[in-house]
Ligand binder design. Structure first.
Ligand SMILES: *[C@@H]1O[C@H](CO)[C@@H](O)[C@H](O)[C@H]1NC(C)=O
Ligand SMILES: *[C@@H]1O[C@H](CO)[C@@H](O)[C@H](O)[C@H]1NC(C)=O
Ligand SMILES: *[C@@H]1O[C@H](CO)[C@@H](O)[C@H](O)[C@H]1NC(C)=O
Ligand SMILES: *[C@@H]1O[C@H](CO)[C@@H](O)[C@H](O)[C@H]1NC(C)=O
Ligand SMILES: *[C@@H]1O[C@H](CO)[C@@H](O)[C@H](O)[C@H]1NC(C)=O
Ligand SMILES: *[C@@H]1O[C@H](CO)[C@@H](O)[C@H](O)[C@H]1NC(C)=O
Ligand SMILES: *[C@@H]1O[C@H](CO)[C@@H](O)[C@H](O)[C@H]1NC(C)=O
Ligand SMILES: *[C@@H]1O[C@H](CO)[C@@H](O)[C@H](O)[C@H]1NC(C)=O
Ligand SMILES: *[C@@H]1O[C@H](CO)[C@@H](O)[C@H](O)[C@H]1NC(C)=O
Length: 476
C-alpha cells in the first residue's frame, strides 16, 4: 500500500516535472537560405535580443553560471519581450545547466562567443595565437553548450578585424570558423550555426562579409553574419541613418545577417529605439533577421537598459521602457518576410594592399588539435587558461609550459590591442568616457552620419589610450 502510494506519487512527480520542470522542450533554430527558422513550426525566426555581460569588462563574470543573477535577469528579459541574448565570454569550467534551463523555459535563445580574453585570436599576431591550446579552449566551450537546444549559435570572433591594418587576421578567424564547424560535425553535435560578428568599418564592411562567406570549402564559410552597427542614432529614419544603404549593400547575401550590436547612444536623454520599427518590418526583413541591442546592464560606457542595484535587484531605465514599447508596437513581419534561398555564396575578394589583405588559402589546423576531433576537447580549463602568446619555435601546436609567464602575457596582450572577444565598440566607448574630449568628435553624434560609432571612434583613438583602455577593459 505504501509502496503503491510512492509509485503513484513518483509518477505524478514525473508528469508534473515533465510538463513544467527542466525537461520542457524548445525548438532548435535552423537556417534556410538567408533566414532563421523555428525547426518545429517552420516559422521564420527574427532575433529580438540584447547583448548581455553584466559587470562588463571591468568585472568579468560568467552570467550564465550564476543562478542568482539568472533569477534576477531572466524575468526582466521576459518583461522586455526578447527571444535571444548574446554573451561575450563564459567560463567553460563552470556549470551552466540551471541558467540554460531557465532561459529555455523563458523561450530565450543564446548566441555565444567562444573566446575569452586569454584564449582568442590576436589582432596583430594571429599565427601565434592560433594554436592547439586555443582550440582546446573553444572546443571545450562547444562541448559544454552544444547540448542545449536553445543555443542558437556560436560566434567564432567579435570585431577581431577592427582597423584597416589588421584585415590579414581575417585569415585566422576564418580558419577558426572552419575548425569549429569540423569539430561540431566530428563530435556528432547538431548543425549548430557558427558566425562572425563584425565591426562596421566603412572601408571593408562588404569585403569582410564576402570573405567570411566565400570559397568552395563550405566548412570555412560562416553560417550567419553579425554586424555591430551604431549608425541609427536617436530620432532618425531608414534613409537618414544609412540603413537603406546597408540594405542595398548586403542585398543578395546568401546567409542570415543580423545586427549583433545596435543602439547608438550619442543622443541627449534616453534612446528612443525607433529603428525597431524598420528592423522588424519588410523594409529590412528580406536581408536582415533582427538584432541585439547593446546592452542589458548599464556599465561605465553608458549603454544600459537597466541599472544593476544588487545581486537580486535591477532598476529599469528609460531606455528599457522605450525599447519594450517599441518591441510591443512592432511585431515581426508576417509570412516569410521576403527571405531568399536563391543567393549563392560570395566570391572571394581579391587582395588589395592596405584595404583587404586576407589570404584565401587558410592555414592548416595545428596538428595537435586533431586529437580533439577523435576524443573530444577534454577538461574545460576556464577563463584563466592563457593561450594567446604561445609561439613555439617549431610552430604553433604544442603545449609549451614555459611560455605561460603571466607578466609576459599581460604586457604583450595589452600592447597587442588584443583580440579578445570584445568589442572595439566597447573599447572605444570606455575610452571615450575616460577621455571624452579625445573622442567625442570621432564618435558619431549626428543621426545623419552613417559612420559607425565603433569603427569611427576606434580609428582615431591614440594607440597609447587604447593600451590603457585594454588594461582596464579586457572585454566588452
Ligand atoms: C534537469 O536539470 C538537471 C540540473 O539542472 C540535470 O542534471 C538533469 O539532467 C536535467 N534533466 C533533464 C531531463 O533535462
Ligand atoms: C529547418 O526546419 C524547417 C522546419 O522544420 C524545415 O522545413 C527545414 O528543412 C529545416 N532546414 C534545415 C536546413 O534543416
Ligand atoms: C563583480 O561581480 C561579482 C559578481 O557579480 C560581484 O559580487 C562583485 O561585487 C563585483 N565586483 C565589483 C568590483 O563590482
Ligand atoms: C572554386 O572552384 C572553382 C571550380 O573548381 C575554381 O575555379 C575556383 O578557383 C575555386 N575558388 C576558390 C576560392 O577556391
Ligand atoms: C550608467 O552608468 C554611468 C556610469 O556609472 C552613469 O554615469 C550613468 O548615469 C548611468 N546611466 C543611467 C541612465 O543611470
Ligand atoms: C547562383 O549560381 C548559379 C550557378 O552558377 C547560377 O545559375 C545562378 O544564377 C546564381 N544565382 C544568383 C542569384 O546569382
Ligand atoms: C597565404 O597562405 C598560404 C598558406 O598559409 C601561404 O603559403 C601564402 O604565402 C599566403 N599568401 C600571402 C600573400 O600571405
Ligand atoms: C606542462 O603542463 C602540463 C599540464 O599542467 C603537464 O602535464 C606537463 O607535464 C608539463 N610539461 C612540462 C615539460 O613541464
Ligand atoms: C594600425 O593602425 C592604427 C591606427 O592607424 C595604428 O595606431 C597602429 O599603430 C597600427 N598598428 C600596426 C601594427 O601597424
Amino acid at each position: 500500500m505504501v509502496s503503491f502510494a510512492i509509485l503513484f506519487l513518483s509518477l505524478l512527480a514525473a508528469l508534473v516535472y515533465g510538463q513544467n520542470g527542466n525537461s520542457s522542450e524548445i525548438a532548435t533554430i535552423n537556417i534556410t537560405g538567408n533566414a532563421f527558422f523555428n525547426s518545429k513550426t517552420g516559422d521564420r525566426f527574427y532575433i529580438r535580443g540584447v547583448d548581455y555581460q553584466p559587470g562588463g569588462s571591468s568585472n568579468l563574470t560568467d552570467p550564465l553560471a550564476d543562478v542568482e543573477t539568472c533569477k534576477r535577469d531572466i524575468p526582466v528579459f521576459q518583461d522586455l519581450g526578447i527571444n535571444t541574448i548574446r554573451v561575450y565570454t563564459v567560463d567553460n569550467s563552470l556549470d551552466h545547466a540551471e541558467c540554460m534551463q531557465m532561459l529555455q523555459d523563458a523561450g530565450i535563445y543564446l548566441i555565444l562567443d567562444v573566446n575569452t580574453p586569454e584564449a582568442s585570436i590576436s589582432r596583430y599576431d594571429p599565427a601565434c595565437s592560433y594554436n592547439a591550446d586555443y582550440l582546446q579552449s573553444i572546443f571545450a566551450t562547444v562541448d559544454v553548450f552544444a547540448q542545449y537546444d536553445n543555443l542558437l549559435g556560436f560566434f567564432a570572433g567579435n570585431e577581431v578585424i577592427n582597423m584597416a591594418n589588421n584585415t590579414f587576421t581575417a585569415t585566422y578567424v576564418k580558419a577558426v570558423v572552419r575548425d569549429l564547424k569540423k569539430y561540431i560535425r566530428a563530435r556528432n553535435y547538431r548543425e549548430i550555426p557558427v558566425g562572425y560578428s563584425a565591426a562596421d568599418i566603412e572601408s571593408n564592411r562588404l569585403l569582410a562579409a564576402e570573405y567570411f562567406n566565400c570559397g568552395n570549402d563550405s566548412d570555412a564559410r560562416i553560417d550567419m553574419f553579425g554586424v555591430n552597427d551604431y549608425s541609427w542614432c536617436g530620432q532618425s529614419s531608414f534613409q537618414t541613418s544609412g540603413y537603406s544603404q546597408k540594405m542595398k549593400l548586403y542585398n543578395g547575401y546568401s546567409i542570415p545577417i543580423f545586427l549583433s550590436e545596435f543602439g547608438c547612444n550619442q543622443v541627449s536623454g534616453s534612446r528612443p529605439f525607433q529603428e525597431i520599427g524598420s528592423i522588424y518590418s519588410t523594409q529590412m526583413s528580406s536581408v536582415f533577421s533582427g538584432g541585439l541591442v547593446y546592452e542589458y546592464s548599464n556599465e561605465t560606457n553608458n549603454y544600459g537598459l537597466v541599472q544593476i542595484d544588487s545581486p537580486t535587484e535591477v532598476t529599469k531605465l528609460d531606455d528599457f521602457n522605450n525599447l519594450k514599447n517599441q518591441y510591443s508596437q512592432h511585431p515581426d513581419p508576417t509570412g516569410s518576410g521576403g527571405y531568399s534561398t536563391s543567393n549563392n555564396h560570395s566570391t572571394c575578394p581579391d587582395y588589395q594592399a592596405g584595404v583587404w589583405e586576407a589570404n584565401n588559402t587558410l592555414p592548416e589546423m595545428p596538428s595537435a588539435a586533431s586529437a580533439f576531433f577523435k576524443s573530444g576537447a577534454g577538461a574545460p580549463m576556464g577563463t584563466g587558461f592563457t593561450t594567446q602568446q604561445q609561439c613555439d619555435s617549431d610552430g604553433i601546436d604544442s603545449i609549451d609550459n614555459s611560455s605561460s609567464d603571466s607578466s609576459t602575457i599581460t604586457s604583450s596582450s595589452s600592447a597587442d590591442a588584443s583580440s579578445t572577444d570584445s568589442t572595439s565598440s566597447t573599447l572605444s566607448s570606455s575610452t571615450s568616457s575616460a577621455t571624452s574630449s579625445a573622442t567625442s568628435s570621432s564618435s558619431t553624434s549626428s543621426s545623419s552620419s552613417s559612420k559607425s560609432k565603433g569603427s569611427g571612434a576606434v580609428l582615431e583613438i591614440p594607440r597609447g589610450l587604447q593600451m590603457i583602455a585594454q588594461l582596464f577593459t579586457m572585454i566588452i
